[in-house]
Design a protein around this ligand. Sequence first.
Ligand code: SIN
Length: 489
Amino acid sequence: MPLTLSRPELQRTANFIAGEWCTAAGRTLDVTDPATGALIAQVPDSGADDARAAVDAAHAAFPAWRRTPAKQRAQILKRWNDLVLAHQDDLGRLISREQGKPLAEGIGEVAYAASYIEWFAEEATRANGDVIPAPVPGRRMFAIKEPVGVVAAITPWNFPAAMIARKIAPALAAGCTVVCKPAEDTPLTSLALVALAAQAGVPAGVLNIVTASRERTPEVVDAWLDDARVRKITFTGSTPVGKHLARRSADTLKKLSLELGGNAPFIVFEDADIDAAVEGLMAAKFRNGGQTCVCPNRVFVHEAVHDEFAKLLAARVAALRVGPASEPGSQIGPMINARAIEKIERHVQDAVARGARVLAGGARLPALGPNYFAPTVLVNADAAMACACEETFGPVVPLTRFADEAEVVAQANDTPFGLAAYFYSRDVRRIWRVADALEAGIVGINEGALAAEAAPFGGVKDSGYGREGSVHGLGDYLHTKYICQGQLD
Ligand code: SIN
């Protein structure tokens, strides 16, 4: 089915460097529909020269952009926000087509992305510093905030609009200029957002984007890592890649924001409201078909409520409608690609081989297409299973029984990761005890939907560092300059 947009020029298939749409020399990258494998478009498969050209443009644009009054930057961002919302349906269609999430979710993601642009438009004018009482007479002391410089944003495929907005809006608000490489699976949404940013008045060179295949991405990223003009890298993706970026940034001491893998625990205590816990798990787990860094990956249920919880959950999961993103009523679309579906299948087969029992789903749905997997509930999961050690990134819920609070908190923390954690309880003492004890950057208590533009998003341990969203999200693009004036007495 052809991709029809009410504004077809939003479907861009070129790099955007120094305010111009330009093709990379020779090679192209196929963008395909994850539901069918059909070709949607071809975009440049860029290399080191394109990456350097983008930095040249961003570096040249930085002095003027950082001096642009914050209020003016804010006005441009507000126009960008308005344009994104005005094209919500087209952008939602692009997201759904290249990423596979149901159309309603794609359209919802556009509003989520815009909420970050709006938030950082407002924060742009509040990058306040401090006036510090001087410890000696005759001095005035200040701490002012300055943009860090050129930022390289490397974004993931699972939220092609929201992750671009969450990184680029604060960078522009702070006065930084940007070079961006979107995920190879989902470049079209990013290119459309950049087109709208240019239409909103983001000056030439301030925002540049280059697309590249999985094979050529290292060439692009290495060019940025080696370039001392790039002062910050912001990345969302896997922990091994995040660690590689951290190591390779050392020579030029770039600032880093790394939003990496998760292995979120979801704990249901015996005093929980069970219906609310099922509802919260459905919301947290099945958003984007389970392809979310903050999705619960391990679900621990107290033995006193385990069977009731499992039965209610399995009924809800079995009723989920799986189908193409475009089909009205679809709740779970195709997984992003063959690698993703193979991992999900491997996790379920490994769990079953080690003693887990399937309560719902459990297999691919080949009649729908190559990348569909039935939403799945497993019981008798344990810590040795692959689904407990690795992030499944798919619609699979493994349930594990527990008997004791201290034991389950230890199990929840027994992972190198620490992005999100969730628990359900009605005991106020337990609530604060467990919230304090969980090793995670984000904790949901009796709530499954946590992300919001006003909240700090990010992890601890192997889930990375830096925060996106909130006032902290702007701070990650600023540094502090201390200014001391003497001889004033
Ligand atoms: C992510 O999966 O990295 C982002 C999820 C979110 O914003 O909630």
